[in-house]
Ligand binder design. Sequence first.
Ligand SMILES: Cc1cc2nc3c(=O)[nH]c(=O)nc-3n(C[C@H](O)[C@H](O)[C@H](O)COP(=O)(O)O)c2cc1C
Length: 202
Amino acid sequence: MEVMEAIKARRSSRSFLEKGIPEKIIDEMLEAARLSPSGGNGQSYRFGVIKDANLKEELAHAAGEQMWIAEAPVVIACCADISWDLLGLPEDDFGLIVNKLRFSEEFIEYLNKYPNRKSVKTLLANPTPLIPAEHMYLVAVSHGLSACFIGFLDVEKANRILRLPENMVCLFLLPVGYPKDDTAPKEKKSAKEITFCETWKG
Ligand SMILES: Cc1cc2nc3c(=O)[nH]c(=O)nc-3n(C[C@H](O)[C@H](O)[C@H](O)COP(=O)(O)O)c2cc1C
């Protein structure tokens, strides 16, 4: 399937058939994640492949009781390594400079004073697994599978369920399976509504 075909066929599916996913497809999804871009090629994304029924059920509870998640034959835990901290970095550190540029010096100063380092690092790592997870999602669609991003998640609870070490966080879930029903495409804004040329002329 061509990339654009997969993009057009993609839906968020919330019910799945009781049919396992061939290992070859899961491997291909993980390979697509592995090849994805990351800031400074940091590759701090990590992915858990969860098939165990009890674990899937616990994760569904952690996702605000979205129990349909446990129906998926595979739930991908989209995680990030948060060993890196902004605190204590030399002034010329590239990561520190980039974050100050993006969010302002004052905000970074505020974050550096914030005592709960894990919260700060979790916030900064939030986008880390999203691009590789979307790669996985499109590969899954190209094989007739479907999925749904899950961001409504008690992250600390998910970390505990997956027995992640302190330097690892589970930021999103991606339940994957063969979709039960043909979900209608969601209405999307027109290209014109989401585009501007050169500068904003509002
Ligand atoms: C970052 C992110 C988090 C999401 N979290 C949830 C979620 O917790 N539960 C859910 O049912 N859908 C979730 N979704 C799916 C969106 O509701 C869905 O993408 C949106 O309604 C558009 O529908 P479509 O994906 O079929 O185009 C999430 C999507 C994204 C991108």
